[in-house]
Write a new protein. Sequence first.
Length: 253
Amino acid sequence: MSINTAHANGGVLIFAGERILLYCDGVEVGLEPSSIPHFKGNKHGTMYLTTHRVIFTNKNNKDMLQSFSLPFLQMRSVELEQPAFGANYIKGKMIAEAGGNWTGDGKFKLWFKKGGAIEFGQAMLRAGKLASRNRPAQPPAYTPPQGPIYPAQPPAYSAPHTEYYAWLPYQQFPNAPPPEYVYTTDAPPPYPGTDPAYPPPQPTTNGMSSADAKAMEATNSGYYNPGNPHNVYTPAPYPSAPPSYDDVTKKNQ
């Protein structure tokens, strides 16, 4: 996770080729540990699910934390909470990215004041599973967006209503972000996303690319049940890397 690297001119800043999948206003965020000055107090703003990560932008332009970027591979122990009293929420653990303006690890909670926490959380888990399969053997080092900033073109913020993204809950989140608040740079994402075209094709072995072999391995040993989407198990596609998600548990209603 990085902080204050995903906002620009009062809006959101994404990488070249990154695409916003879901947009939700009216989100409250709690971050720990509170010993980090930027994490003090709950934040209110907008949440974006993109092809590569989750982004939050703060409505309060005087807060020390204006945005945070949480790639799927930096999340752990993501849970969808459905308390008997109070609003549903998402919680989990996060790991700092080198060069992300903080160090260590922490926890997050996300409340959706207008509803949709469970649907957004399920989409997060599905996106994380896809990103884990697309993880290259040696991901590039993280670098915050640099260079000129300019308005993004429509594909970056328009809903991808395709069969590949049929699992996205657009009935719950039908709105796209205002175009005038979406900015981009020429820098590509420094981590994998949901798009199967990332990473580039790798050398083949026995007629099968190494990426396809890893995907098949994950398919054979992983488990995802659309009828019970709160639970997902995704083994690490590369032994040297930690799993993108672990201990994801459905709470009894």
